[in-house]
Design a protein around this ligand. Structure first.
Ligand code: ATP
Ligand code: MG
Length: 410
């Protein structure tokens, strides 16, 4: 099974346009392809090639653990990657629709309830002709992992099915909802046992998404043991920001049949959003909304590609900056020391978002809090690689919009 190449539309095949005497005549209204929700389909889904091939190698390779833990900061694209995998890459497996734990009531997060739900999803995927008896509540209560292993073996033998891949999103809600209770500890102990069970592994691999900060919480609650036990949750695939080419693609490709940007504005959008898919969606979504509103006002449908005015780009950046909720995760999902580092970098970076030399950064930090120094800078770089980057001994915030927000509101 190879990853199919993303279809790359040439000018004549761009959606929404027809090639007319060497130019492009617009034939459809301008839709807004950007939004806050996950996106898995091409051409809107961009990048993640190395992560996809790591996952496919792990799922298709023989022997050893096949489970995957997709981790990363909030809003980096974990759900999008799960959706993308399910839609485009897992045709050699039997794959029930991804399960989002956020959508379940808390009672359903008990390990036994979850096993019952997953087995129902699998039975549904196997189709109505599967004669396998559904997993009984008694069997699950007696020994959930053993019962599940037997169920999988039976259903595959009977239906000659491919191996299953089960995609589970938002595993962090187990932490946030059951936090501090015995159910939480029990859940993760049993989850690890499930992933390590050989009878389960022969038939099924889990691809689970969980945010970094939930893993950090789990680690802290388990007395820092997580470092040594993290492997038991699956092979870690940690998502970061898109690279520059991919970010450029996300800014231009989804709207290429209707809009074009001045080159300087594309560079500015790259600097303002730093390859972070979430901020790119926010700003580009705002730009498309503004152009749609302009078109409605004039009542004239565009016949050819529109050059986006620089003023529209400026307004969109201003509108996103004024929307404080969009920046909530910057500090809410960072430890307090990392929050202090982020604020100090923003203070030192100025309006131009210049990198801050490490020495100067440590001086700035000490002025804020005597207990925070070089070690915390190191930890912050490790904790928030989506926001912080180091080059030649200087630390910078990747997303200029975040710098500006921190300077203005903290
Ligand atoms: N590879 C990608 N290509 C294009 N857009 C993306 C990509 N990944 C994420 N996005 C966009 O970024 C935003 C956040 O994505 P997503 O919801 O998948 O992130 P997440 O890590 O699951 O977030 P959360 O932690 O809130 O669950 C969405 O607007 C989504 O459309
Ligand atoms: Mg998500």
């Amino acid at each position: 099974m190879g990853a199919p190449a993303p279809p790359r539309a040439g000018p004549g095949r761009a959606p929404g346009g027809a090639l007319v005497r060497g130019g492009l005549r617009i034939t459809t209204p301008l839709d807004n392809p950007y939004g806050p929700g996950p996106v898995g389909r091409w051409p809107l889904f961009i990048g993640r090639g190395p992560e996809v091939s790591t996952i496919l190698t792990q799922l298709t390779g023989g022997g050893g653990m096949r489970h995957i833990l997709v981790r990363g900061p909030k809003r980096i694209g974990k759900s999008s990657l799960l959706e993308h995998l399910a839609r485009h890459h897992l045709h050699d497996f039997a794959v029930p629709p991804p399960l989002d734990l956020q959508s379940l009531p808390t009672a359903e997060l008990q390990f036994c309830r979850l096993i019952a739900r997953i087995s129902e999803m699998i039975a549904q995927k196997a189709g109505p002709k599967a004669r396998t008896n559904p997993l009984s509540a008694e069997a699950i209560a007696a020994d959930p992992i053993r019962a599940f292993g037997t169920f999988l073996a039976e259903i595959r033998a009977e239906r000659d099915l491919d191996r299953f891949v089960v995609l589970i999103d938002e595993m962090g809600v187990v932490m946030s909802r059951l936090r501090g209770t015995s159910s939480e500890r029990e859940f993760f102990d049993q989850w690890r046992a499930l992933l390590n069970d050989e009878r389960v592994n022969q038939h099924l691999a889990f691809v689970v998404a969980m945010p970094d900060y939930s893993l950090a919480q789990l680690s802290a609650e388990e007395g820092g043991l997580l470092g040594s036990r993290l492997g038991e949750l699956g092979l870690q695939v940690r998502l970061g920001v898109l690279d520059e080419r991919e970010a450029r693609d996300l800014i231009t490709t989804p709207v290429r049949s209707h809009l074009k940007y001045q080159p300087g504005d594309v560079e500015r959008l790259l600097a303002e959003t730093g390859g972070h898919p979430y901020y790119t969606h926010l700003v580009c979504g705002q730009i498309v909304t503004a152009i749609q509103a302009q078109q409605r006002r004039t009542g004239i449908p565009a016949r050819e590609r529109i050059l986006v005015p620089t003023a529209v780009v400026d307004d969109a950046l201003r509108a996103v900056l004024a929307h404080s909720d969009a920046f909530h995760h910057v500090l809410a999902d960072s430890s307090s020391a990392t929050s202090a580092v982020l604020c100090a970098v923003a203070a030192g970076a100025g309006e131009a978002n210049q990198p801050v030399a490490r020495r100067r950064l440590v001086t700035l930090l000490r002025r804020r809090d005597a207990g925070i120094g070089a070690a915390q800078v190191e930890r912050a770089l490790d904790e928030r690689p989506d926001l912080l980057v180091e080059h030649d001994g200087s630390v910078a915030i990747r997303v200029a919009l975040v710098t500006r927000w921190l300077r203005r509101y903290t």
